[in-house]
Ligand binder design. Structure first.
Ligand SMILES: Cc1cc2nc3c(=O)[nH]c(=O)nc-3n(C[C@H](O)[C@H](O)[C@H](O)COP(=O)(O)OP(=O)(O)OC[C@H]3O[C@@H](n4cnc5c(N)ncnc54)[C@H](O)[C@@H]3O)c2cc1C
Length: 411
């Protein structure tokens, strides 16, 4: 328990504000498409398109060069060789995001999580350092920011989740101006976390969870356990009230993990507040407002606060014909094939596959994607291969009940 007065929890009530609703990402899709590509684009070399727009055709275009996009690029370029696979990815650098938890805990530096995109891009891939801005699935085309039309026979969409820092009132300013507001979810902010631990003196150490879909739903808690451990080892634990404040009704989805985590929180005297949604940070006063079920606002003072931002599907994807009302790419959850366009496939965080949004889930989906693409290219019905029991799916090697499709060559 915190022994300093500064850390004592105070609350202020404001009546009548609404709780934001959680976007559902788990709508089940059962329709299976298994014909070959509806309108295969001819294999042509670069050709001027209509007007000033350049056009180039590929057998495969992959949008996104993160965990999923690079995994797909790797097996497809090995199979089809130079000139047949393009990856559209605007970023100069690739990040091993899972390492950011350890950066926040002072175990790694953020530079260790970064590689140049050129160094991780498979050699036989044409890397288009550009951003996809429109999808035209009826004509097998995507358009990029630089004005290029890319025509494909098959499209893989792996655009990840978009971080919406601006969607939480006060967060952008607080991250820019308050050293005790931190966030492991971005390369730009991840190094604030360990500094906040080191500078922590006395008061509430608050760890929050967003009221949106989230990548690595465990990461908002992992940083808390590392912090609590740091406080104990550095003589600060008695000055800290460590709190996990979440809009959810449970500490973690799968019950077997939830039971263990509840026990750990109890043993370590971590206070857990359920059904509290963070709605505003006022860093000038070091206060955070949380909305509870009846619309009431509770204000918690903080000495430090870790805030994963609201997240959602990329705006470009949301505006495309490839999504449903949730904005996520609608794919068959057991084959990764788009539910409407049989020559389009999805991988990773931007899809509505109801696994956790983790790199570990991407690893499982990649095996499925290989089988599905192979089936579709041979005119066969793709087999359902993603295990429907996947819940968290972060540490598959330690989880004997979960089946993973091992990487294999595309047949
Ligand atoms: C702090 C943290 C901790 C994590 N811990 C773990 C963990 O312990 N275990 C685990 O398995 N996972 C973990 N993850 C989650 C994991 O990193 C993601 O689930 C995984 O990277 C998802 O892969 P993806 O390909 O779907 O998206 P990403 O890897 O995010 O890649 C998406 C790519 O798409 C690109 N893109 C976006 N828009 C466009 C566009 N318009 N045109 C072209 N390209 C575009 C982006 O630049 C990006 O490179 C963690 C993540 C974070 C942030």
């Amino acid at each position: 328990m915190a022994l300093c007065m500064k850390g004592i929890l105070t609350s202020v009530s404001v009546i009548g504000r609404q709780i934001r609703t959680l976007n559902s990402t788990s709508s089940l899709k059962t329709k299976i498409w298994y014909s070959t590509a509806a309108k295969p684009a001819p294999q042509t070399s670069e050709s001027p398109g209509p007007g000033p727009v350049a056009k180039k055709s590929y057998k495969f275009v992959i949008v996104g060069g993160g965990t999923g996009g690079l995994a797909a690029a790797s097996f497809l370029s090995r199979k089809f060789g130079q000139g047949h696979v393009a990856v559209v990815e605007p970023a100069e650098h690739h990040f091993y995001q899972a390492m950011w938890t350890m950066v926040g805990g002072g175990i790694k530096t953020k530079e260790q999580s970064m590689r140049t995109m050129a160094s991780v891009m498979p050699k036989k891939v044409d890397w288009k350092k550009d951003r996809a801005i429109t999808f035209d699935p009826e004509n097998n085309l995507i358009t990029t920011e630089s004005g290029t039309n890319l025509e494909y026979e098959y499209l893989v969409v792996a655009m990840g989740l978009q971080l919406n820092f601006h969607a939480l009132k006060g967060l952008t300013e607080a991250l820019a101006e308050d050293p005790m507001v931190c966030c492991n979810y971005s390369y730009d902010t991840v190094d604030k976390t360990y500094k906040a631990l080191q500078n922590f003196k006395c008061g509430n150490a608050i760890f929050t969870f967003p009221n949106t879909p989230v990548k690595c739903a465990g990461a908002p808690q992992k940083v808390m356990y590392l912090t609590e451990d740091y406080f104990r080892k550095n003589g600060k634990r008695d000055q800290a009230e460590v709190m996990y404040i979440t809009p959810q009704a449970v500490i973690f989805g799968p019950p077997k993990y939830a039971a263990s985590l509840r026990k750990i929180c109890e043993e370590r005297d971590i206070k857990v507040h359920y059904k509290h949604t963070l709605v505003e940070i006022r860093h000038e006063k070091r206060e955070a407002d949380f909305q509870i079920e009846d619309g009431e606002i509770l204000t918690f003072p903080y000495e430090m606060i870790h805030v994963p931002p609201p997240m959602g599907p990329p705006d470009v994807l949301k505006a495309s014909p490839l999504v449903d009302e949730t904005g996520f790419l609608t794919v068959n959850k057991t084959t990764c094939q788009h539910i409407k366009y049989p020559n389009i496939f999805g991988l990773g965080d931007c899809t509505d596959i109801p696994t956790s949004k983790t790199a570990a889930a991407v690893a499982a989906q990649t095996g499925t994607l290989k089988k599905t693409i192979s089936s579709v290219m041979h005119g066969h019905k793709p087999q359902a291969t993603i295990c429907e029991r996947l819940e968290y799916f972060c540490t598959p090697r330690n989880e004997p009940s979960v089946e993973i499709d091992q990487p294999e060559e595309l047949s």
